[in-house]
Design a protein around this ligand. Structure first.
Ligand SMILES: NC(=O)c1ccc[n+]([C@@H]2O[C@H](COP(=O)([O-])OP(=O)(O)OC[C@H]3O[C@@H](n4cnc5c(N)ncnc54)[C@H](OP(=O)(O)O)[C@@H]3O)[C@@H](O)[C@H]2O)c1
Length: 294
């Protein structure tokens, strides 16, 4: 199988970092961080893709600050909507395939059963709207592209719920965590592994499977359940469930964002792990948390 040139953006992000570690097995990898390619700079995107001439583009970069996006709408749309559109147009021009990630926040969360790919969207916040516009821009470009919607990403590095809870668990006797938002936590390694498994079939095979996929661990939780799973059964801190209304944030979030991964699993003949197993696997690679002094 010919080794494609793979252009990876967002190489220092949670998913991007994992992809940067493993994609070189599947092609000539050009992994770029924000300093090397700023996705807010449309001209730079065009120039970079034309210079690298990739067979596959994997866009792991995104504006992911959900609350800040409410006051930085233009920045969120530049990176999450305009940039994926340009990447897709350039991919089409060069007959390359694009892999891009989107979010469960494209949905309004009024469902109570897992979302299939064709469920109606209705983002509640600027981040979700910008990611949805990115999906549309890719679809409208006519490029051969795979869009993987995922949710609640965490890992051993970066800024995420797992690391926040581990820190707070050392500092506080009680954690008050939202228990009326349901979704599925995803270890960034899980998402990278599934992406790489798809890529391993080869770019032409991938190209024939262009489309929208939900990519997530199986099972569901709430933020409260996720926090409880992180803290385990230690007596302290106590993890207390609260309503979203008790934890106001600038961005509204969907009450339900569980994604059905049936299409991804069937298309790529790949089994997604249960979120609790993935969490355990992630924790097993991290430094053990020292017991609290009290
Ligand atoms: N995080 C989640 O909970 C979550 C949930 C659902 C879907 N997703 C989607 O999953 C994908 C991967 O997310 P993630 O959790 O890995 O994100 P992340 O850890 O926040 O990483 C995002 C990456 O994008 C880069 N980036 C931001 N603005 C950029 C710009 N203007 N130019 C170039 N690079 C830029 C960041 O660089 P810096 O480090 O320099 O800022 C970072 O490397 C994204 O498409 C995201 O929307 C994430």
């Amino acid at each position: 199988m010919a080794r494609p040139t793979i252009l990876l953006t967002g190489a220092t992000g949670q998913v991007g970092f994992e992809l940067a570690r493993s994609l070189s097995r599947h092609g000539e990898l050009i992994a770029l961080d924000r300093a090397a390619l700023d996705l807010a700079d449309a001209d730079a995107i065009v120039a970079t893709v034309r210079q690298v001439r990739p067979g596959l583009i994997v866009n792991a970069a995104a504006y992911t600050a959900v609350d800040r996006a409410e006051s930085e709408r233009a920045a969120a749309f530049a990176v999450n909507a305009r940039a994926p559109g340009i990447l897709a147009e350039e991919a089409k021009r060069q007959d390359a395939v694009l892999i891009h990630y989107s979010t469960d926040y494209v949905f309004d969360g009024r469902r109570t059963t897992p979302y299939e790919e064709d469920a109606p969207t209705g983002p509640l916040n600027v981040y979700g709207a910008s990611k949805y516009d990115g999906e549309r821009a890719i679809a409208q470009s006519g490029a051969r592209a795979l869009v993987f919607r995922t949710s609640w990403v965490y890992g051993a590095r970066g800024s995420n719920f797992l690391l926040t809870i581990l820190r707070l668990a050392q500092e506080r006797d009680e954690l008050r965590i939202v228990s009326d938002q349901s979704g599925t936590p995803n270890w960034c390694r899980t998402l990278s592994d599934a992406t790489v498994a798809a890529i391993a079939h080869g770019v032409p095979w991938l190209a024939e499977r262009s489309g929208l996929y939900h990519l997530a661990s199986t099972g569901a939780s709430t933020w409260h359940g996720f926090a409880q799973a992180i803290v385990g059964d230690a007596p302290r801190p106590r993890v207390v469930g609260i309503a979203t209304s008790e934890y106001p944030t600038p961005a509204r979030r969907p009450a339900y964002g569980v994604l059905s991964t049936r299409k991804f699993e069937a298309t790529f003949n790949y089994r997604m792990p249960d979120w609790r197993d993935a969490l355990a696997a992630c924790r097993s690679e991290m430094q053990p948390v020292p017991p609290r002094a009290d």
